[in-house]
Structures are given as structure tokens and as C-alpha cells.
Write a protein that binds this ligand. Structure first.
Ligand SMILES: [Zn+2]
Length: 157
């Protein structure tokens, strides 16, 4: 993968605060709260071949990022995340947006709660078995990593 070729020690992703709290709520709605331990601002796995992911924008609202990009004339990827189209995530997103409209700041409060819960359950974090992606060799919980799946989807368009 590109990150390994250039000797990167971290991979930064553009997840924003909205993405983070949607995932947090989805983990609860799906009855899978232990997954919360796996979705922080940085993930650190014991495996040495794993390049840690960091999310420098995870405490910034999506609308602030969009506004900033718009004002600065920064072009951004408008192709929506293929996982974002899931019906339940849409409902969660709309619900959170309505809550934020009525109670400004509530998204940050939910994010703070997610952080506290993550800290509390970290010790009990289940071990995940990672495989090597069949396409690029990066670690993945499935057969093909999400980056490769996304690339395949974009190429198919
Ligand atoms: Zn891959």
C-alpha cells in the first residue's frame, strides 16, 4: 500500500465529529457497544505491520469543514461514502442533526460521552483477529479491506 511505500508512520483519515457520533450511536443501536472501544481518534493495534490511523478532524463538525473548504476554495470529494447510504445511518444522522438544531452543542456532548465510554471499556476490549487484505496486504477484519472495496466501487462508476 502507498503508505508503506513512502515510509509513513501514520495514516490520517478525514472522519469528522458527525461521522464519529453517528458510528457511536449505530454501535449502540446495533447492540454492539464493545465496538466503541475500536473507534477512537487514533487506533493502536499491537501488530507491528499495522500503520496506525489518526483522525485529526474528529472533533470538528462536518458543516464547519464543508464551510471552510468552500470559503478557501478547497475542492473536496463529493462522492459520498458508500457506507453512508445505509438507511439506519441516515436516520441516525437526521436525528442527530435535529437534536443539534434544537440543542446547539449537543453533538459535542455526545462525542464527549463516547470518549468517556471508550476509556471505561478499553480494558475489556475484545481481541480482533486481523487478516491481510487479499488485494493490498494491509490488515483488515474481512477478506478485502475497506480502502480496496471503496476503490473498486469508485472504479465501477
Ligand atoms: Zn486492501
Amino acid at each position: 500500500m502507498a503508505a508503506k511505500r513512502i515510509g509513513a508512520t501514520k495514516i490520517a483519515t478525514a472522519h469528522n465529529l458527525d461521522d464519529e457520533i453517528q458510528t457511536f450511536m449505530l454501535n449502540i443501536v446495533h447492540g454492539d457497544p464493545m465496538r466503541i472501544a475500536r473507534t477512537g481518534p487514533a487506533y493502536d493495534e499491537e501488530e507491528l505491520w499495522f500503520i496506525p490511523r489518526v483522525k485529526p478532524l474528529c472533533e470538528v463538525l462536518e458543516k464547519e469543514i464543508t464551510l471552510y473548504a468552500y470559503l478557501k476554495g478547497i475542492r473536496f470529494q463529493e462522492f459520498p461514502c458508500p457506507y453512508a447510504s445505509a438507511a439506519l445511518r441516515n436516520d441516525v444522522r437526521n436525528t442527530l442533526n435535529r437534536l443539534e438544531e434544537k440543542h446547539p452543542g449537543i453533538k459535542h456532548t455526545i462525542y464527549g460521552s463516547a470518549e468517556k465510554i471508550r476509556e471505561a471499556i478499553k480494558e475489556r476490549k475484545p481481541k480482533i483477529h486481523l487478516n491481510q487484505c487479499k488485494a493490498c496486504g494491509e490488515p483488515t477484519t474481512g477478506e478485502i479491506c475497506q480502502a480496496c472495496q471503496l476503490l473498486q466501487k469508485i472504479k465501477a462508476h
